[in-house]
Design a protein around this ligand. Structure first.
Ligand code: ADP
Ligand code: MG
Length: 206
């Protein structure tokens, strides 16, 4: 798998479109355990990313990731904006001098660490990290395997479902205490939508 510029453009386009298409679902999830804005926050951010798609697709990969990060920081808002922004900014920083797919886990891991540092959060607290960390583990364990994409897809789906019995200890949902139990975390779901979009695009355009 080598990442051609037109493949990267498709990755960004499909990921943004999938997030935008999921806005209603993300909002419904956030209505249950938050303030009901996660869908509109993410839609606003990824519409801004789509608006910069031509610029993003002509930039080197490290710069392109940073442009996505800056755009999300400026437009998403809420808790998730700075967190997703940090993910892409740090992944862009880490991308310089690296190659894909060899360094994929390294680059993705830098993004995950940045979310954890920014959010002062860890796995098991019912946040987007409960999808991002398991996906990172699968990338580390399975890079180079022929079925990597399928394993990443399944990891993300299963990780979302594992947020249901968790009690939130970070973010707005933590205000609910035990009442946060029994619901999917909205940010975990949006991370899954992004990961699945990347998987589908890479399957269609290896
Ligand atoms: P807000 O909570 O400010 O309304 P959003 O609704 O856009 O922001 O995003 C909520 C999501 O952000 C949560 O579902 C959770 O996944 C994620 N989140 C919130 N706080 C943290 C944190 N400290 N670390 C990681 N993720 C977090
Ligand atoms: Mg919210």
């Amino acid at each position: 798998m080598t990442l051609q510029p037109d493949t990267f453009k498709s990755l960004v386009k499909v990921a943004a479109e999938q997030v935008i298409a999921s806005a209603g679902e993300l909002t419904a999830l956030d209505q249950a355990i938050g303030d009901g804005d996660h869908g509109t926050n993410m839609k606003r951010g990824f519409e801004a990313v789509l608006g910069k798609l031509d610029t993003i697709s002509t930039q080197p990969l490290d710069e392109a990731l940073k442009t996505i990060g800056k755009t999300l920081v400026m437009t998403v808002g809420g808790a998730s904006g700075p967190l997703y922004g940090s993910f892409f900014l740090a992944a862009g920083e880490a991308m310089a001098g690296k190659t894909l797919p060899e360094d994929l886990a390294d680059v993705f891991g830098s993004g995950v660490n940045a979310v954890s540092a920014r959010g002062r959060s860890h796995v098991g607290e019912k946040t987007m990290l409960d999808v991002l960390v398991p996906v990172l583990e699968t990338l580390k364990a399975d890079v180079g395997r022929a079925d990597l994409i399928e394993r990443v897809r399944t990891t993300a789906s299963e990780a979302v479902e594992r947020t249901v019995p968790m009690q939130a200890t970070k973010g707005r949902a933590s205000f609910l205490g035990a009442r946060s139990i029994g619901h999917v975390d909205p940010g975990a779901r949006s991370s899954c939508v992004l990961v699945h979009a990347v998987c589908s695009t890479l399957e269609a355009r290896p």
